[in-house]
Write a protein that binds this ligand. Structure first.
Ligand SMILES: [Zn+2]
Length: 341
């Protein structure tokens, strides 16, 4: 009898240990905020960040392009109790003042020191950290900004994609990445295979496809006004993971596209949005506007997650961000953290 009781007890313990994680709901945001210390555009952007926390329940915001003065202004939001901490890259302390990436969060505790990704020209634009949520869940979070080729050169942009994707492919636990990718040129809605298919998506320059989708430079739809523009920035490594070489094949998904797969109404809106833009920008278009690049509407800003991050709602807020003086939309994702891999 005692042995049976003992066996039951062991079973209970085992069951408890193996019990699935109760899904945890969180709202996260990504925004290329372009924040300086002063100026008419600083206060409205801080107001947006306040609203994100208070009205939208955002507990983690991944930000890009924050000047050292902007970092000081973000600290005001911590002093007000809007966010619990500013988690900044360690690099600006060592380098001249630059526009860096960082995170603001609440309900989180930093588990390990903030780190950057090495092997790139601008490490202050790549930061990641392991956080402990108050629920006890551990999560790795990154804020990345792929350097624009116009400023840093096309090699530097390619090297950033390689470094980011190498890092993503090496992640073994749940991770969220907020990123201004300065890519792709065409963020297509594929009618035939659904919102997660990238067979019509094209990358700078020359409107390349991913390898799995017949990647080639001689693309009949390429920009004929730029005949010699054939340098491969390898953007597909991020967006089209199945096309990447095995060592660089990450497991992350674009939360907007996986949300559209789950939500038929939202997919219909995204599809008509894409078609409307494609009429004005032949062979181009995007599922949601996040940036206007040389007069063309693009979706350059993303939240990526490992498979255990399930999107419940993903929204691109262009108007509110634009009214506050930003040139990138705020991306908001209500997510559920599960133990599904
Ligand atoms: Zn397709």
């Amino acid at each position: 009898m005692a042995a049976l009781k003992m066996a039951e007890r062991i079973l209970q313990l085992r069951t408890r240990r193996q019990a699935p994680l109760r899904p945890i709901s969180l709202t996260v945001a990504n925004w290329n905020v372009n924040l300086g210390a002063e100026g008419s555009r600083t206060q409205p952007k801080l107001a947006v960040l306040r609203r994100l926390a208070r009205a939208d329940g955002v507990s983690l915001a991944m930000l890009q392009e924050v000047a050292p003065g902007g970092l000081i202004r973000l600290q005001e939001l911590v002093d007000e109790g809007v966010y619990g901490a500013v988690i900044a890259s360690p690099v600006p302390k060592l380098a001249p003042p630059k526009r860096s990436v960082l995170l603001v969060g609440r309900q989180f505790r930093i588990q390990q020191q903030v780190r950057t990704v090495h092997g790139v020209k601008a490490p202050h634009k790549l930061v990641w950290v392991i956080l402990n949520h108050e629920s006890g869940v551990k999560i790795t979070v990154a804020s990345f900004h792929v350097v624009p080729a116009s400023q840093y050169g096309r090699e530097a942009k390619r090297d950033t994609f390689r470094a980011i994707v190498r890092w993503m492919a090496s992640q073994t636990s749940r991770t969220i990445v907020g990123i201004d990718a300065n890519s792709p040129i065409t963020d297509a809605y594929c009618d035939e295979h659904g919102p997660e298919c990238l067979c019509e998506t094209r990358y700078f320059p020359g409107r390349l496809l991913g390898l799995a989708h017949g990647r080639r430079f001689e693309d009949p739809k390429r920009d004929s006004s730029r005949p010699r523009w054939t340098f491969d920035q390898e953007e597909y490594l991020l967006h089209d993971r199945l096309s990447a070489p095995p060592l660089l094949r990450h497991s992350f998904h674009d939360l907007l596209r996986s949300f559209l797969r789950r939500d038929h109404a939202a997919a219909t809106v995204a599809r008509s949005h894409f078609l409307k833009i494609a009429k004005k920008q032949p062979n181009e278009g995007c599922l949601a506007v996040s940036h206007i690049n040389r007069g063309n509407k693009r979706r350059f800003d993303f939240i990526y997650g490992t498979p255990d991050i399930v999107p419940r709602r993903v929204e691109y807020r262009w108007k509110a961000a634009h009214m506050a003086g930003a040139d990138h939309a705020v991306v908001i994702a209500a997510i559920e953290i599960t133990d599904r891999r």
